[in-house]
Design a protein around this ligand. Structure first.
Ligand code: HPA
Ligand code: MG
Length: 220
């Protein structure tokens, strides 16, 4: 999840924009795990829409980077599902055409959220030695890019591209936006599709808004 102040919407290559007054779909219209009943307010992006958008991002990445050897750097934990689905779609495109991308996949872990608040002490866990990136193109997926990008740049890759499923419109600017964006969303805490609230809701396919009951239930 990326944060941005909403002042440069034209930046994105036709990003799907979800407006502030979008109430979301009623949960009754979709299926979701029964253990979360009462814990969610609405579905803001159904799983199928995420998959359709991801397919198109894969196409865009393919158009830009085909014929490159790339290192995919998946940012755990929240980025794992998006990364897996994006890599799958790129693989599908590589299998069905003469344009191919050779991919290696690495993982890095960033942690900064407690409950629904971002904490200052962001830390990078695992894969600190990124020297394998030297001279490679990278597609990162995940959150808290600024810190990570600085770290990644120090290993001197040839090209860095960032893919993010969600960009959140927030009042203050993080000045660091992905090259490939799935959806621009309102400034609300969302869960599902590997995004968590204290490790819960990763087992939910849709991207949803958590309810007050849900927040209380899983608060630590
Ligand atoms: N949900 C889950 N994790 C997050 C979010 C969010 O809305 N924003 C940043 N990390
Ligand atoms: Mg989290």
């Amino acid at each position: 999840v990326f944060l941005y102040n909403g002042c440069c919407p034209a930046y994105f290559r036709g990003c799907v924009c979800i407006s502030d007054d979008w109430p979301g779909y009623s949960l009754d219209l979709f299926s979701y795990p029964a253990h979360y009943s009462g814990d969610l307010n609405s579905v803001i992006i159904p799983h199928g829409v995420i998959m359709d958008r991801t397919e198109r991002l894969a196409r865009n990445i393919m158009d830009d980077l085909w014929d490159h050897d790339i290192v995919v750097l998946c940012v755990l934990k929240g980025g794992y599902q998006f990364c897996a689905d994006l890599v799958d779609r790129i693989k599908d495109l590589s299998h069905n055409s003469t344009q191919t991308i050779a991919m290696r996949v690495h993982f890095i872990r960033l942690k900064s959220y407690l409950n629904d608040k971002s904490t200052e002490d962001l830390h990078i866990v695992g894969a600190e030695d990124l020297s394998f990136l030297a001279g490679k193109a990278i597609v990162g997926t995940g959150k808290t890019m600024k810190t990570l990008l600085k770290h990644v740049e120090s290993f001197k890759p040839k090209l860095i591209k960032v893919a993010g499923l969600l960009v959140k419109r927030v009042p203050c600017n993080s000045a660091c936006l992905p090259d490939y964006v799935g959806f621009e969303i309102p400034n609300r805490f969302v869960v599902g599709y590997a995004l968590d609230y204290n490790e819960y809701f990763r087992d939910l396919n849709h991207i949803c808004v958590i309810s007050e009951t849900g927040k209380k239930k899983y608060m630590i």
